[in-house]
Design a protein around this ligand. Structure first.
Ligand SMILES: [Zn+2]
Length: 132
């Protein structure tokens, strides 16, 4: 998998939503799909609306993991913490995404003292706003 330029802060992740309630929600943006032409998993997102993850992921009606594309959620692992943390409330069988991924990430520096967080420069300013 692609290396992470910055594991704490990174370009925004967007959620591709569909009018059809049955469709799984995919993710795009971030380091993985900066051009936002497809979902992170490679699925076409044509005709879907891209929503800032902060607007959708934490809401109670979006916390069921069945609503989400599991492949995209898997790839989210390789995005920086500030983006991952937005998905913390999504509930999986063994625990929330926060329990499974975010908490472990936060514990890592105390458990693995030789592996501190890598904090590099913030992403370019152009990545702070969506330009379509
Ligand atoms: Zn997907």
């Amino acid at each position: 998998m692609a290396s992470i330029p910055n594991e704490l802060t990174g370009p925004r992740v967007y959620v591709a939503v569909d009018d059809k309630k049955s469709a799984k929600m995919h993710l795009t943006g971030g380091f993985h799909k900066p051009e936002r032409d497809k979902a992170m998993c490679g699925t076409s997102i044509e005709g879907k609306t891209l929503v800032d993850a902060r607007d959708i992921a934490p809401h109670s009606e979006y916390q069921d993991s069945d609503l989400w594309c599991i492949r995209c959620i898997g790839i989210l692992d390789f995005e920086p913490l500030d983006q991952k943390i937005l998905f913390s409330a999504i509930k999986f069988q063994p625990g929330t995404y926060g329990d499974l991924v975010v908490v472990r990430h936060l514990q890592r520096p105390s458990k693995l003292k030789t592996h501190p967080f890598r904090l590099t420069n913030a992403p370019p300013r152009k990545d702070w706003r969506i330009v379509k």
